[in-house]
Design a protein around this ligand. Sequence first.
Ligand SMILES: [Fe+2]
Length: 187
Amino acid sequence: MFVETKALFDQSFEKKMEIEKSLSRCNRGYEVLGGQTLEAGAPPDRKEGFYIGVELPEDDPRVQAGRFNRGPNQWSSDLSGFRPTMLAYFAALQEFGSRLMQGLALSLDLDEAYFALYCRDPLATLCLLRYPPQRADVAEGEKGAGTHTDFGGLTILSAAFRSTTTKGNAGSTPIRSRGLSSVISGI
Ligand SMILES: [Fe+2]
């Protein structure tokens, strides 16, 4: 997943703009560096992103009805391994999320399946993010991502960290650490 994510973001700006998310009716695809400001009053977030959701064809009734965040994903034509890798990873995360919800129910002395009703046909989103090295002339209040609250029930965060300097190329250094954590965001 990390290898394919790096390959995506390492593409040229022009190539990434071919699948920019304004070309999607359901918020899928590439988001430019600084394309989001999560914290009101702060400078734009210093990150670029890529959004993937449940893959639905245009003739799916939910897509035809114009339901929020329902539709096909956008895929890079030059990355043969990206689509199968991300769809498999997305499916695994959805299964993992369902298991977490079962554990959460049990921790609340509820039936294991208590949240299952709320997890049917989920609006889950896989969001890939790359945070470039911080600039030496960083703007006042500029961050990789401003303070915000996620929507949805769970956020599962998988991160890979590279060490670098303001003069270095983060992409050329080995991944120093990886981690997986989850956050209860909107229950
Ligand atoms: Fe978030």
